[in-house]
Design a protein around this ligand. Structure first.
Ligand SMILES: [Zn+2]
Length: 90
């Protein structure tokens, strides 16, 4: 049996989660939500899109407040696209 790589042993799954207050992905470093994070959420909430949107709205409010403090200005339109638009049911 081939040995698992140590990285995988110590971290069996490194989820694509946000680093606060930068809101960049802990794993891939992209602006969160990165594509893998979106896919994971779509799978997790596939039976309840409304709950997903509520969850994302909460995160967007949190990110908006934290990013506004970091940047000195709010970017609500950008955040809507980043957090909500991709998840809306068609
Ligand atoms: Zn990521």
């Amino acid at each position: 049996m081939a040995a698992e790589r140590r990285d995988q042993m110590s971290r069996p799954s490194r989820p694509h989660l946000p680093m606060r207050p930068l809101w960049r992905c802990r794993r891939c470093g992209a602006e969160w939500l990165c594509q893998p994070a979106r896919l994971a959420l779509l799978v997790e909430y596939r039976a309840d899109r409304t709950a997903l949107l509520v969850y994302l709205s909460t995160l967007m409010a949190e990110a908006g407040a934290q990013l506004a403090q970091l940047n000195g200005h709010a970017a609500s339109e950008d955040l809507t696209g980043r957090f909500l638009s991709w998840a809306r049911a068609r």
